[in-house]
Design a protein around this ligand. Structure first.
Ligand SMILES: Nc1ncnc2c1ncn2[C@@H]1O[C@H](COP(=O)(O)OP(=O)(O)OP(=O)(O)O)[C@@H](O)[C@H]1O
Ligand SMILES: [Mg+2]
Length: 259
């Protein structure tokens, strides 16, 4: 099976069932949004998949192999990349050096004192930077970048390990609407072109309904619905638990942004 499979995963914190019997799959090249109110269990689901937290029970499988018990580093090396909700780049380094550092780590050259970051795989690093639209800023220090550009650097860092899966926890948090759309248009294009399966959490419904191929809805640890944007939009339980009276508009942004 080529899918990322999450099967009957449970994770409790004391008496709180943060993730309760959650099962879903992500296909190659698919953009799947994991949505739900605050405290629904979205980040915990991510952290269980990427190895930050061990599940109490259940399984996470990739190409027939269980990831349970693997370290975050091993899971990363298996092709599961991630971006973080808060920026995780080294501010004092340039965009290029940040990407080069991840390439060194990927190539297990991190502790090689003879290879200097500045000379390391520049062409590959610059290509990654160009992919996220930052070619002109490659030599700028990251701390001088606008917030939206830092999020693009993060995406380049995640892509540096050539992931087949990408976990993005609130990739557009703190961004203005136009920047949000631009980042998701880019993510959508990369996922389709490189067949990367993307699982992302997001509070902005225009992003979710504009870009996701499929939506998973969590509430109080449980997956209460999954389906296409149109199916989720018309699901009454989801309406009641999550949207109230606000009906999201399905599908326009991704169409506009399609390559
Ligand atoms: N390390 C932890 N220790 C104890 N309880 C935790 C821990 N992490 C999460 N929880 C609890 O688990 C539940 C799910 O939290 P989680 O962070 O996964 O929700 P979320 O859907 O990501 O929410 P948000 O939209 O606010 O990011 C919440 O009740 C939360 O308080
Ligand atoms: Mg969260």
């Amino acid at each position: 099976m080529t899918h990322l499979v999450v099967h009957q995963v449970h994770k409790s914190f004391g008496g709180v069932k943060a993730v309760d019997e959650v099962t879903f799959v992500v296909a190659p090249g698919e953009l799947v949004a994991l949505i739900g109110p605050n405290g629904a269990g979205k980040s915990t689901t991510f952290n269980v998949i990427n190895g930050q937290l061990p599940p109490d029970s259940g399984d996470i499988r990739l190409e027939g192999r269980s990831l349970v018990g693997c370290t975050p580093q091993q899971i990363w090396r298996s092709g599961v990349g991630r971006t973080f909700q808060t920026a995780a780049v080294f501010g004092s380094m340039s965009v290029l050096e940040n990407v080069q550092t991840v390439l060194m780590s990927r190539d297990r050259r991190f502790f090689d004192l003879w290879s200097k970051v500045t000379g390391y795989k520049r062409v590959e690093a610059l290509a990654l930077i160009e992919q996220v639209g930052l070619a002109e800023m490659a030599h700028q220090s990251c701390q001088a970048l606008a917030y939206a550009d830092v999020k693009r650097v993060e995406l380049a860092l995640a892509l540096a390990s050539a992931p087949r899966w990408l976990l993005m926890d609130e990739p557009t948090a703190g961004m203005a609407p136009a920047e949000r759309q631009a980042l998701m248009t880019l993510t959508h294009a990369l996922a389709k072109r490189q067949r990367i399966g993307v699982l992302f959490t997001e509070h902005s419904m225009d992003v979710v309904f504009g870009y996701a191929d499929r939506i998973l809805v969590m509430a109080q640890g449980r997956l209460i619905a999954q389906g296409t944007p149109a199916e989720i939009q018309s699901n009454e339980q989801v309406q009641a638990v999550y949207f109230g009276r606000q009906r999201p508009v399905v599908g326009t942004a991704a169409l506009k942004g399609a390559p």
